[in-house]
Design a binder for this molecule. Structure first.
Ligand code: PLA
Length: 411
């Protein structure tokens, strides 16, 4: 008997979901047949030839792993011990007293997103009254993560379109005005999407207010080493809060700095006031993880543990990371040079040089961003963000033409 198609579906009530504002851009890019097309949507590093890049040190670690012939047994719920040790040391510094005193609860989780989601579930369960403050704007998925975890959030001012810089006063005022004990989500470095980070002095003031208000700092560190090229420098914001003796949440990702996008490797760290507290927090994070995904994948964890744990490979990684960060800085400079040379209107494009990390926040509005895609085949998010990691020196002039056209000819 052949199966007969049913004419009434049980899924009538399921509407079509809109495409994801970031990952949907890659789908549209793949469908475009024009040779000029350029994908500046998702923040994924490309070589000058615009090809995906697997770090040499990753290949080396994978070869070693293959030689050892390790098994594929389940990891514990908390993940690979060697990874958890390495990741906390990389973040806080190996000599940090919080590590020596056993005050950090670290769980390997599903990259940055999964780690944020686990923390959000923890907040929902143990701080049901608390609200999370997120920057305006922020990485689009932050809102989805807290919405899905049913954690209420509101925004604090961050970006000032007039100065194309940080609205520091606004940020401080909003953090101050939030109910005591709120969670304040901060980008550890290379703020996404604006590329604008507070200065060290501003970080101190942010910490002052958070401390005063008994807020909980919650860092999202998705670009350690990718902003400045230095792992330590990019962790300095987090370390400043930890040095003050505060309890802190930190989500980490190895997608960008080790190019392990698809391995889904990262961690959630909770710095606690005492080891006994850290043990309790960790036990509850494990309890949340178990029914969600049981335990994390092993491959990426082994790569990180091998690279960080071996002085030679660690050195090679730092060098490759500097090269990646350096290539992004070069295209940033070339894009600025091309815009300045071609744009006869006298507009000051120097904000591009002041931004840091993978992205540039161009100030193009939605209609102008649409023009970039529809007319020029340049794929980017509709908030005007472009990923410089997907740009080559060779394409800078073309991009500059497209930006100038969209900026001046489209309102
Ligand atoms: N946090 C921030 C601030 C991010 O920008 C990203 C990735 C993540 C966390 C999560 O990355 P992970 O889950 O792979 O560790 N943002 C990308 C990709 C690069 C994305 O949207 O998923 C972006 O294009 O904004």
């Amino acid at each position: 008997m052949m199966a007969v198609a049913v004419d009434i579906s049980r899924f009538e009530g399921v509407p079509m979901a809109p495409p994801d504002p970031i990952l949907g851009v890659s789908e549209a890019f793949r469908a475009d047949k024009n040779d000029l097309k350029l994908n500046l949507g998702v923040g994924a590093y490309r070589t000058e030839e615009l090809q995906p890049y697997v770090l040499n040190v990753v290949k080396k670690a994978e070869n070693l792993m293959l030689e050892k012939g390790e098994n594929k047994e389940y990891l514990p719920i908390e993940g690979l011990a060697a990874f958890n040790k390495a990741t906390a040391e990389l973040l806080f510094g190996a000599d940090n007293p919080v590590i020596k005193q056993g005050r950090v609860a670290t769980l390997q989780s599903l990259s940055g997103t999964g780690s944020l989601r686990l923390a959000a579930a923890f907040i929902q369960r143990y701080f049901p009254e608390a609200k999370v403050l997120i920057s305006s704007p922020t990485w689009g998925n932050h809102k989805n993560i807290f919405n899905d975890a049913r954690v209420p959030w509101s925004e604090y001012r961050y970006y000032d379109p007039k100065t194309v810089g940080l609205d520091f006063e606004g940020m401080i005022a909003d953090i101050q005005a939030a109910p005591d004990g709120s969670f304040v989500l901060l980008h550890g470095c290379a703020h996404n999407p604006t590329g604008i980070d507070p200065t060290p002095e501003q970080w101190e003031k942010i910490a002052d207010v958070i401390q005063e208000k008994k807020h909980m700092p919650f860092f999202d560190v998705a670009y350690q080493g990718f902003a400045s090229g230095s792992l330590d420098e990019d962790a300095s914001s987090v370390r400043l809060f930890v040095e003050r003796g505060l309890e802190v949440f930190v989500a980490q990702s190895y997608s960008k700095n080790l190019g392990l996008y698809a391995e889904r490797i990262g961690a959630i760290n909770v710095v606690c006031s005492a080891p006994e507290v850290a043990n309790r927090v960790k036990s509850q994070l494990k309890r949340l993880a178990r029914p969600m995904y049981s335990n994390p994948p092993i491959h990426g964890a082994r790569i990180v543990a091998n690279v960080v744990g071996d002085p030679v490979m660690f050195g090679e990684w730092k060098q490759e990371m500097e090269e990646m960060a350096g290539r992004i800085k070069n295209v940033r400079q070339k894009l600025y040079d091309s815009l300045s040379a071609k744009d006869k209107s006298g507009k000051d494009w120097s904000f591009i040089l002041r931004q840091i990390g993978m992205f540039s926040y161009t100030g193009l509005n939605k209609t102008q961003s649409d023009n970039m895609t529809d007319k020029w085949h340049i794929y980017m998010t509709k908030d005007g963000r472009i990923s410089l990691a997907g740009l080559s020196l060779a394409k800078c002039e073309y991009l500059a033409d497209a930006i100038i056209d969209s900026f001046h000819n489209i309102s």
